[in-house]
Design a protein around this ligand. Structure first.
Ligand code: SAM
Length: 244
């Protein structure tokens, strides 16, 4: 049927493409892709050949009206390079305009690095706040962190290897030394999830920036946080009174 189909694709392991996603991709009149090499590889993997058209940050405003116009008569699938479109990826305005034009919008849910990392971290999952990528510049990054310091939720952020240690250090400074997790290469051969306090994680990665794709998950304030130093002092003093 005509309309816009939001198709989630794997974040590493091609086996995570759902049968329904494969079926929609094989029947779409056109697939709007971030990078035709990346989606082409996926289509190849499932033995599908469909026309692709580029839809990315640099051409989206120009090509969006044309895509929306086609949705009345054609099935347009949207994919991003990895995971769920619209999540730190292009697509929100395409959905907005498709709805405004009265077209059907269908989602084919699937992998999302943020949710996958949350399930690995061992931190509270009842309330979480997704920050996407923080700004690159240090001052803007620190400001963005200060803005969420009081949010009573687990925080989820995307980050790159080279910036990881500096971001962890800024998080420790701005949020307090909370428990956190660094989830890396989820669903791939070198998948790893390291949990520790923010400062310990910053120290761990300072001289060894990790390769691959990374999600940072940070505990909410109060809960599961490292105890304030005064509490540690009290506990030590109390323990010393009990020494023989
Ligand atoms: N739309 C995607 C999703 O649903 O997760 C996210 C796209 S965003 C441009 C790419 C970022 O997601 C990476 O820089 C990394 O932070 C995170 N990411 C993607 N794949 C990942 C993986 N396999 N393991 C860990 N993080 C990943």
């Amino acid at each position: 049927a005509p309309g816009l189909y939001i198709v989630a694709t794997p974040i590493g392991n091609l086996g995570d493409l759902s049968p329904r996603a494969a079926s929609i991709l094989s029947r779409a009149d056109v697939i709007a892709v971030e990078d035709s090499r990346v989606t082409g590889k996926l289509l190849n993997h499932i033995g599908v050949k469909r026309p692709m058209t580029a839809y990315h940050d640099h051409n989206a405003d120009r090509v969006r009206p044309g895509l929306v116009a086609r949705m009345g008569a054609e099935a347009i699938a949207l994919t991003s390079d990895a995971g769920t479109p619209l999540i730190s990826d292009p697509g929100f305005k395409l959905v907005r305009d498709a709805r405004a034009a009265g077209h059907a919008v269908v989602t084919i849910p699937g992998p999302c690095a943020a949710i996958a990392a949350l399930t690995l971290a061992g931190l509270p999952t009842d309330r979480f706040f997704f920050l996407g990528f923080l700004p690159a510049k240090e001052k803007a990054k620190a400001d963005a962190i200060a803005e969420v310091a009081a949010v009573r939720a687990t925080l989820i952020l995307y980050e790159s290897g080279p910036r990881l240690a500096a971001t962890l250090a800024l998080l420790a400074e701005g949020l307090g030394n909370r428990e956190a997790a660094v989830a890396r290469e989820i669903s791939k051969a070198y998948e790893e999830c390291v949990t520790d306090t923010l400062s310990a994680l910053a120290a761990r990665y300072e001289n060894a920036p990790p390769k691959g794709e990374i999600v940072i998950v940070v505990a909410p304030p109060g809960e599961a946080a490292a105890p304030p130093e005064a509490d540690v002092d009290d506990a030590l003093i109390e323990a010393m009174t009990r020494l023989p």
